[in-house]
Write a protein of this length. Structure first.
Length: 138
């Protein structure tokens, strides 16, 4: 069973190396056939280069495009590039870590669900500091 993780990234040079290292470690420890895809969403900083330098596992790829298209386009690009039987995405800031992926896999296995949707609302950092409209939309 192949498990893919997509991380969309726009101007995340300051955090992407840690995200790559932590994601690689988690995926390698938990899954026998992982894939990590970093999608550079037209960053104007060194996000792509930093992600490439941080990648230590052969299952990690950095893909992307030159013009910023927005998070939705980056997630879509990564999802379409993924080869996993199960495909997840999370943000480069790692606001709630990678453990929810393991919990989502448990839900897939227990219920046979086609999709599992997570939320930051239960996380310690959650939606703190977000404006009312953003919290409501999220």
């Amino acid at each position: 069973m192949k498990v893919s993780l997509v991380i969309p990234a726009y101007n995340e040079a300051e955090v992407i190396a840690a995200a790559v290292r932590e994601a690689e470690a988690f995926l390698a420890a938990v899954f026998s056939d992982p894939e990590l895809i970093i999608v550079n969403d037209g960053s104007t900083d060194s996000t792509a280069e930093t992600a490439l330098k941080a990648a230590e596992r052969s299952f990690t790829r950095v893909i992307g495009y030159e013009d910023n298209r927005g998070k939705g386009a980056a997630v879509r690009t990564g999802m379409l590039a993924a080869g996993g039987d199960y495909v997840f995405f999370t943000d480069a800031d790692r606001a709630y870590g990678f453990e929810p992926i393991r919990r989502a896999m448990d839900i897939f296995e227990e219920t046979g669900a086609d999709a599992v949707i997570g939320t930051r609302s239960g996380a310690e950092n959650g939606y703190g500091g977000y404006p009312f409209l953003r919290r409501t939309a999220s």
